[in-house]
Design a protein. Structure first.
Length: 100
């Protein structure tokens, strides 16, 4: 969305893990999203993953581009982009790799 959804209950992700028959194995139905920033803004967002099964490692890829490049000298001091944070549910182990 262009702005952060309000009330807070409108800014929530419903995450479910399904088996091959689309039966829910696990999930979190109240993962609240953060504040939406307008500059820079993410676009061309895509998400994909390998087959998910219980107690197994899977690969999840998050891909996006920015709508503009803001030179460091022009960034607002209170809004300098230092990190892209992806928050995962508790007990979710991650390994992060930058694209080559």
């Amino acid at each position: 969305p262009e702005t952060t959804p309000t009330p807070r209950e409108e800014n929530v992700f419903l995450v479910r893990i399904l088996d091959e028959n689309k039966v829910t194995l696990d999930g979190k139905l109240n993962e609240y999203g953060g504040e939406v920033s307008s500059v820079p803004k993410l676009q061309d967002f895509s998400l994909w993953w390998t087959r998910a099964i219980a107690d197994a490692m899977i690969t999840v890829a998050v891909e996006f581009t920015f709508n503009i490049t803001v030179p460091r000298g022009q960034e607002n001091e209170d809004e300098i982009l230092r990190v892209v944070q992806i928050t995962a549910p508790e007990n979710f182990n991650m390994g992060v790799r930058r694209p080559t």
